[in-house]
Design a binder for this molecule. Structure first.
Ligand SMILES: CC(C)(COP(=O)(O)OP(=O)(O)OC[C@H]1O[C@@H](n2cnc3c(N)ncnc32)[C@H](O)[C@@H]1OP(=O)(O)O)[C@@H](O)C(=O)NCCC(=O)NCCS
Length: 170
């Protein structure tokens, strides 16, 4: 994979990133959001993740923004502070070219630098999320649980798969 690089997201990226995300909100079950985000929503997310001192990165291919990923709070209670949930989205036409794999690797590398111990992926248990489940398996995430019928989208009850990767060796 050539020509792909990563850099920290800035609030100025919000309109581009929200366009990438909203494609999946409206066309796919990989996210359980039902309503499109605004650029302000994305801007606030970038600010919140940055304030947590967690990575929020943008993937660029030949200078073009093709995806993003970040680590954010898994659960609010303080004892969960070293456990983060990961999120990654590629522009639809940039999928299947190895970018997701290197984006996730970079996110995990930066997470370890930031002191994260455990990373959790909560992934829709739907056919359109199979690439994500496979990607996480390949990156060393273990499938640690499933919850059935916890979301409703496109007139269907949907479940999630929980995956976990440790960034430390005890
Ligand atoms: C999931 C996503 C980030 C993967 O990124 P990607 O660049 O498409 O994936 P890669 O090309 O890096 O592939 C990495 C691995 O994922 C798996 N994978 C990717 N696309 C796949 C597909 N269509 N079917 C099955 N497995 C697939 C493969 O195991 C692949 O490894 P391999 O090439 O050695 O077989 C990307 O497809 C995406 O943004 N999807 C929509 C949003 C989403 O699901 N986000 C995750 C929410 S939790």
């Amino acid at each position: 994979m050539t020509g792909v690089s990563f850099r920290p997201a800035e609030t100025a990226d919000a309109p581009t990133l929200v366009a990438i995300y909203n494609h999946y909100v409206t066309a796919s079950s990989v996210t359980f959001d039902l309503d499109a985000w605004t650029a302000d929503d994305m801007s606030h997310k970038i600010e919140a993740v940055t304030a947590l001192r967690m990575p929020f990165i943008v993937a660029e291919r030949d200078g073009d923004t093709v995806g993003y990923g970040y680590l954010s709070t898994f659960r609010d209670k303080a004892a969960y502070d070293k456990t983060m949930e990961n999120t990654l989205y590629l522009r639809d036409d940039a999928r299947g070219a190895g970018i997701g794999r290197s984006l996730l690797e970079e996110l995990l590398r930066l997470g370890a630098v930031a002191g994260v111990r455990e990373v959790i992926a909560v992934i829709a248990n739907t056919p359109d999320a199979v690439p994500s489940i496979r990607l996480h398996e390949k990156a060393g995430f273990a499938r640690v649980g499933e919850m059935d019928r916890v979301g409703r989208k496109f007139d269907e009850w949907l479940g999630v798969v929980m995956m976990q990767k440790s960034l430390v060796r005890d």
